[in-house]
Design a protein around this ligand. Structure first.
Ligand SMILES: [Zn+2]
Ligand SMILES: [Zn+2]
Length: 367
């Protein structure tokens, strides 16, 4: 039996339960004792119903921990291994994995079902099965997950740092280093400087951008963006951000603009602040009623801009996590600075409140 934070009703605080039971791993699965879990905006989106997964569910999808039990047929893991969990596993066998596009892996689409790969779950409480968010459910002391959802890492990496690699870092850094085609000396604009946006900023720096314009309506986030490599900042409440980007770029616009919020207005602004022949990269997850509008469509042809959707930083998790850890160990990738507070599992609802207030980069649950 163990402790977990359970979503029992939409928009209600998570319930901390200490009676959660975990089945032994089935074939192809691992039982993980979690050491740390990040608290991400997507967890809150499930809690408030924006992502329609529904209760009862153990939330949490960016975690790291230690392998406690290995299911039959699993190769490459043993008890005691340290792992990072991912909600976009690569099966290595499907159409997309074979084409080096593991972020589109056919198996990872199972994450929207609330169970593991066979649709069922390994957690129960008070006689009911609990769904596990995104093949994980890391707001829990223990989680049984598909073995392909785990990536083994060196034991000298602190697990609270490793936990960050499963979601926001991979998405943000990958957007700049994998999805976009940033060239040395480029000018990049980043619209939205929350947890993912900060990682786009540092990814752009790593990719060789010379000028990185951070755009947000929150000055605290803009100051933070500077410490991650932004060279210029724009507070969008001080007037049209498109005009401000143009003023900084000789009227041309940015070579690459990243949208990291997901609102109709900021998507349109990001496309407008991209220079002719440049790239707009959509990273922020919009609601389903947000539409892309080219008005007039002529402009899309005449300006020869490229629009790219970015899912999970176009990352293949098994190669990306070692790459990110190497960048961290060489000092190029800032991870310690992303953790604004360490909390206990019981404090997860306060972490949601802090996120709503826009005051934190990341709260990390340390078990
Ligand atoms: Zn996340
Ligand atoms: Zn696959």
């Amino acid at each position: 039996m163990g402790k977990a934070a359970v979503l029992t009703a939409l928009q209600a605080p998570l319930e901390i339960r200490d009676d959660v039971e975990h089945e032994a791993p089935h074939a192809g699965e691992l039982k993980i004792r979690l050491a740390a879990s990040g608290v991400c905006h997507s967890d809150m989106s499930v809690q408030n119903g924006t992502i329609p997964l529904g209760p009862p569910m153990v939330l949490g999808h960016e975690g790291a921990g230690v392998v406690e039990e290995v299911g039959s047929g699993v190769t490459g893991f043993e008890v005691g291994d340290h792992v990072v969990l991912t909600f976009v596993p690569n099966c290595q066998e499907c159409f997309f994995c074979q084409r080096n596009q593991g972020y589109l892996c056919e198996k990872s689409s199972m994450q929207m079902m609330g169970g593991l790969l066979d649709g069922t779950t390994r957690m129960t409480s008070q006689g009911h099965a609990l769904k596990q968010m995104a093949l994980c459910g890391t707001f829990s002391e223990v989680a049984v997950v598909p073995a392909i959802s785990a990536v083994r890492i060196d034991k000298d990496v602190p697990l609270k740092i490793a936990a960050l690699l499963g979601c926001g870092v991979q998405t943000g850094v990958g957007a700049a280093t994998n999805t976009a085609d940033i060239r040395k000396g480029d000018t990049v604009a980043v619209v939205g400087c929350g947890g993912v946006g900060l990682n786009v900023v540092q990814g752009a720096r790593i990719a060789g951008a010379e000028r990185i314009i951070a755009i947000d309506m929150n000055d605290t986030k803009l100051r933070l963006a500077e410490s991650f490599g932004a060279t210029d900042t724009i507070n969008a409440s001080d007037g049209d951000p498109v005009a401000q980007v143009q003023a900084l770029t000789g009227g041309r616009g940015a070579d690459v603009a990243f949208e990291v919020i997901g609102l109709q207005s900021t998507i349109e602004q990001s496309m407008a602040m991209t220079r002719s022949g440049g790239e707009t990269v959509l990273v922020g997850v919009p609601r389903l009623d947000v539409n892309l509008v080219f008005n007039p469509a002529f402009g899309a042809i005449y300006t020869a801009k490229t629009l790219k959707g970015c899912w999970y930083g176009s990352s293949n998790v098994n190669t990306e996590i070692p790459k990110l850890l190497a960048l961290y160990q060489s000092g190029e990738l800032k991870l310690d600075e992303l953790i604004s507070r360490e909390i206990k599992l019981d404090e997860v609802n306060e972490a949601f409140d802090a996120m709503k207030g826009g005051e934190v980069a990341r709260s990390v649950i340390v078990f």
